[in-house]
Design a binder for this molecule. Structure first.
Ligand code: GLC
Length: 458
């Protein structure tokens, strides 16, 4: 500012002198008279461009932040096992991990309301294995086909990849698989001379015998609360009786068939016969894990995340548990519910390239190996089930692959959230004795049919 003033004084001095000493053309004098304004503008423009340049450099050096919401129990393993390393290798990208509720369906509700309210604040969308059709049909996701080849996809578990497709386009890359299975107390079975159960009847019989010896309070724990975990568990019992929920090709509904009724009656009988605690109809995964881990039950139906927790040093059942796929009726082979999580990119994200970079890293063999070693989750890449480092820490992984290979997908339909909600409501009513299993399943089948009919008529 000072410099400008001096300059102005000098200029006006010179102008006065010129006026006195010469009679030059007026035009020339006018240029001089305009010079102060011109110089002022020049200085102003220089300052302005300086400020713009400074801001641009500051902004371009600021890291891109990718928002990512996940169920609460996943946040820590994900941060420790993946995000820290990714950020260290990519200083220009930050992952803002947001902790959602425990239950998967409540996380889905948060994503849905965010999208319905306008542009989602989330860049990376962490999707349960059953959400792709709905999210893709609603147009919330970017297709990923151009970013990855079929050869690269072939390294992942086929069903996990399949769950990422909707109408022939890929929207989700699997970051961890999941599969429902049966945990059993190896030590107790061995002491009593039992082999791990194969059938529903074996499970009931072994439970009741071991309960009588007072070594355990309960035989069998499962998730009976009205939420997504209930139908995931039910899919396995249903498969064990040879039944089905919704056929994704024909959209036929199997909920009022005799096998479905048998499945509900079996679960109800576990409570009625005291094999499962009456409170089981209010339990989610964590309630059942705590009870099993404290040594109070012989069997638990849950996901693989339980293994590292139940085997940690201070766990009363550490080293005493085995896994196998869910039991079934004698003439059936049974099945396991496929769970799992994957990442998509929100169509509204301002940083799709950074988001893809993160997905590529999280699904890479190297990052997956570290993540799985730390978390004990199920890998989405096939080769990791037999990876020597992983098997050294988790000797049950090759066995886990066998369970995964038996996995059954929940119906991959765009109306899945409503289809699941119907089953959750009626199952919960039947299991807690508010309505007979027969009436419940007939009503659930009817409502599901009406819903799917409306969906196909659109
Ligand atoms: C696990 C599974 C998921 C399932 C949920 C139900 O998180 O990975 O697929 O929907 O449990 O509680």
């Amino acid at each position: 500012m000072t410099i400008i003033q001096i300059h102005l004084i000098t200029t006006s001095d010179r102008y006065t002198k010129l006026m006195m000493l010469s009679r030059k053309p007026i035009k020339k004098l006018q240029t001089f008279r305009q010079k102060p304004k011109f110089l002022l503008a020049l200085v102003f423009l220089t300052l302005l461009s300086g400020i713009i340049l400074f801001n641009w450099v500051a902004i371009s050096q600021q890291p891109v932040t990718l928002n990512l919401l996940m169920p609460a129990p996943d946040v820590r393993p994900f941060r420790e096992g993946m995000v820290k390393d990714f950020e260290a290798q990519n200083p220009g990208i930050r992952i803002n991990l947001l902790e959602g509720p425990n239950a998967a369906n409540l996380v889905e509700d948060l994503y849905t309301s965010a999208f319905l309210l306008g542009d989602s604040p989330y860049d990376l969308i962490n999707m349960d294995v059953i959400w792709t059709p709905k999210f893709a049909a609603a147009g919330w996701l970017l297709p990923l086909d151009d970013r990855i080849s079929q050869e690269e996809l072939a390294a992942f578990l086929p069903k996990d990849v399949e769950a990422g497709y909707y109408q022939g386009k890929l929207y989700r890359m699997p970051i961890r698989s999941d599969v429902g299975m049966l945990y059993y107390r190896k030590d107790l079975l061995k002491q009593a001379g039992f082999e791990p159960p194969e059938t529903f009847a074996d499970l009931m019989r072994i439970s009741q015998i071991l309960q009588k010896t007072d070594q355990v309070n309960w035989g069998y724990l499962w998730q009976g609360r009205q939420y997504e975990g209930l139908v995931a568990m039910f899919v396995e019992v249903l498969e064990g009786f040879g039944g089905f929920w919704v056929n994704p090709d024909t959209l036929a509904v199997g909920l009022d068939r005799p096998e479905s009724l048998q499945a509900v009656e079996f679960l109800r009988s576990t409570i009625q016969q005291g094999v499962s605690p009456p409170g089981v109809t209010t339990y989610q995964e964590e309630d059942t894990r705590r009870l099993f881990q404290s040594g109070q039950a012989v069997f638990l139906r849950s996901w693989p995340y339980v293994w590292p927790l139940a085997n940690q040093e201070n766990s009363p059942v550490a080293g005493k548990i085995g896994i196998k796929s869910m039991v079934h009726a004698p003439e059936q082979t049974g099945g396991a519910c496929l769970g799992g999580w994957g990442l998509g990119i929100a169509k509204s994200s301002k940083h799709p390239e950074a988001a893809w970079k993160a997905i590529q890293y999280f699904t890479s063999e190297e990052a997956q190996q570290r993540f799985i070693l730390q978390s004990g989750f199920v890998p989405s890449r096939r080769s990791l089930f037999t990876n020597p480092d992983i098997v050294a820490k988790y000797p049950h992984y090759p066995q886990l692959l066998k369970v995964v290979e038996k996995s059954v997908l929940r119906p991959p339909v765009a109306q899945y959230a409503q289809v699941s909600d119907i089953l959750q409501r009626y199952l919960s009513a039947a299991l807690s004795g508010r309505i007979s299993p027969k009436r419940a399943m007939q009503a659930a089948a009817g409502e599901t049919r009406r819903l799917l009919e409306v969906g196909t008529k659109k």
